[in-house]
Design a protein around this ligand. Structure first.
Ligand code: A2P
Length: 297
């Protein structure tokens, strides 16, 4: 399996005590074939228990599921990259990952968990150094592909000047309030797949509190009513129809089913036009809020 084309189950903020069953249920009972993980989500060990159960069973084989994880910012130094990847593999109880992403294009000192000192990012590893080390993971068969997350156009332009192994995916925040149409088009033209995180507008994200709710947006709600679908299904259908791969997070069985049940309908041109007009360059996930770093300018 090379590029995931189907909806993935997101696991950012998937609670311990719930994520094991959510992942098992999604794979075994709802045909999810793409699971998105990350070391920083601090739930990979529990997800690993689900993988162990699933892949030891006879319903689904390891090679039928596309598993992604991500290298956290404090492990960018080349000497740390393989160590971090092996820890993720151990936690997930897997022999290989289908895709390993550089979670952000910035490097923190080891053990830097929070703080606001911009100086903390200086003197660490360059994206190039980290990428070269990630490339070795492919060579050593620990991962099948490497990619990036949260990369902007200029970051990709630079990466593509030296990347001997090209990024399979760029995972970025995407939803009708942050459509990033030019970046998506650039990635797709360059044959870099695009994963859409926070496709529902990040409703469970505390830092997004006080921002408008996409699931309650009147345009989305009215299209959903017209099609007899839920707002989440409209948002996910929209993501798929623009050739991106959404990874909605849920630990709720009803919503896990709802989010993957989007094949039996299409959005009309008129719906897409209305959704296009909702773009307002609104980010729910932004390092300026966490570390006071102007990552997106
Ligand atoms: P829960 O895990 O309780 O289902 P995003 O992927 O955009 O960050 O959204 C994830 C958030 O949206 C989580 O809080 C999740 O909560 C909730 N969620 C997931 N699927 C749906 C859905 N179909 N309808 C409403 N909320 C949903």
């Amino acid at each position: 399996m090379h590029t995931p084309t189907t909806i993935g189950l997101g696991t950012w903020k998937s609670e311990l005590g719930k994520v094991r069953e959510a992942v098992r249920f999604a794979i075994e009972e709802c045909s999810y074939r793409h699971i998105d993980c990350a070391a920083i989500y601090q739930n990979e060990a529990e997800i690993g228990e689900a993988f162990l159960t699933v892949f030891n069973g006879d319903k689904v084989k390891r090679e039928d599921v596309f598993v992604t994880s991500k290298l956290w910012n404090d492990n960018h130094k080349p000497s740390r990259v393989e160590v971090a990847c092996k820890q993720t593999l151990k936690d997930l109880q897997l022999d290989y990952l289908d895709l390993y992403l550089m979670h952000w294009g910035m490097s923190f000192p080891q053990d830097f968990s929070s703080g606001t000192a911009t100086s903390a990012i200086f003197g660490q590893a360059s994206v190039r150094d980290t990428w070269e080390a990630m490339k070795e993971l492919v060579k050593n068969c620990l991962v099948k592909n490497i990619g990036v997350a949260n990369f902007t156009g200029p970051m990709l332009f630079d990466l593509l000047t030296y990347a001997k192994v090209r990024p399979l995916m760029n995972q970025i925040e995407l939803h009708p309030y942050l459509q990033q149409t030019d970046l998506v088009a650039f990635c797709l033209t360059e044959q870099i797949g695009v994963t859409a995180y926070s496709p529902l507008g990040s409703p469970g994200n505390m830092t997004a509190k006080g921002l408008p709710s996409l699931l309650d947006d009147e345009t989305i709600v009215s299209i959903a009513k017209e099609l007899s679908k839920t707002p989440a299904q409209v948002l996910l259908r929209w993501a798929v129809e623009r050739d991106t791969v959404p990874i909605p997070k849920s630990v709720n069985p009803k919503r896990i089913v709802e989010n993957i049940t989007i094949d039996a309908f299409r959005l009309a041109e008129e719906h897409k036009k209305k959704i296009s007009s909702l773009d307002r360059n609104l980010r729910f996930v932004n390092p300026i809020g966490w570390w006071k770093l102007p990552y997106f300018g």
